[in-house]
Design a protein around this ligand. Sequence first.
Ligand code: NAP
Ligand code: MG
Length: 406
Amino acid sequence: MAKKIKMKTPLVEMDGDEMTRILWKWIKEILLEPYVDLNCEYYDLGLKNRNETNDQVTFDSAEATKKYGVAVKCATITPNAARMPEYNLKEMWKSPNGTIRAILDGTVFRTPIIVKGISPYIPTWTKPITIARHAYGDVYKNTEIQVNKDSKAELVVTDKEGNETRELIYDFSDSDGIVQGIHNKNESIAGFARACLNYGLDLKQDVWFATKDTISKKYDHRFKDIFQEIYDKEYKERYEAAGIEYFYTLIDDAVARVIRSNGGYIWACKNYDGDVMSDMVSTAYGSLAMMTSVLVSPDGIYEYEAAHGTVQRHYYKYLKGEETSTNSVATIFAWSGALRKRGELDETPDLVDFANKLEQATIQTIEDGVMTGDLYLLSSLENKTKVDSKTFLKEIGKRLDTLVNS
Ligand code: NAP
Ligand code: MG
């Protein structure tokens, strides 16, 4: 048995809820603790503890992430009415992901994990497409009014001296109708651009960005210009040195190109495009349980997690003592992503190497035909076996052992 790998700087560990909390513990026991001397600063974001601490633990965990630079997070319950009596909640606490995202001011990148036997619906997508969604403004912070016939709708901006700029939106003399006001901030767009361009450098992948600037000559055009200015000033040289490119096109052209592509790039999307396209892309790759997610702040702070939730239905089966076959791949990749980033920042190649081997062992297990129920239904492999949640982790452990000790 090789010596355990040491970690220089602590990794922020955010524990969570339900089935993913069970998987979390097993992943640590079976796949991490035997090989790595884990140096984690632990925050329990399970709903019980969020309730006991009046959600302070969520804020503390985000502050710790700012301090150390890397975090790994388990899926957590976002309370709704049904959770109030279930957990005897003092309040309907906000989504921890929302709170953390607001504090870190980050962009979320979602990437599918590709394995042999699970084919994307688009057969040419042999490499992952990472979607980055701008998480501020546009239609998500809109103002809407229903308008009666014989009204006139105008856009009015008042500056600090009280001067008004007015533009007619529509004269509703012919019909009832609707109007909507939306906004974005240059600062937020710039933060989004930097997060995407940094992530491109990290992954050594091209960055695509698209809007409808031919129609929206001021609003969408501003997005295009800000991206281009930042790219030219701050990134062009590094992109050329890395042999990657920043590519801008119209959103409809982007959609057509994405479908024809082989993948292997980052697709930066405005808020609404990202909302819609991320569901399309993740479904097309096969399974939500194979989708990783990382929140990256413009100043280079990383928080890794699985894109799926707490898998509540499986947890209730688990509580009844029934067998579960829950897919832990995205949660394992959250750990490997965080450990790799920690290793890169600390310049500890052992840790980076371990993270790579953990991913390799996980993929190898599925490609050997050993998988959880969700993948069993999708896999085209001839010899495949469905295993329970814990057996799946033990099978990965066997392969990891071989990789680490070879
Ligand atoms: P979910 O936990 O993602 O699960 C929805 C369904 O997808 C499951 O019932 C299961 O289908 C399948 N599934 C998802 N992940 C799977 C995995 N790892 N292995 C196998 N199957 C998987 O979404 P939800 O049921 O809508 O939400 C449950 C809780 O998670 C909610 O309280 C929600 O607030 C929270 N949530 C948290 C996050 C986060 O922390 N990032 C994200 C989303 C939701 P079958 O039941 O058909 O097997
Ligand atoms: Mg959506």
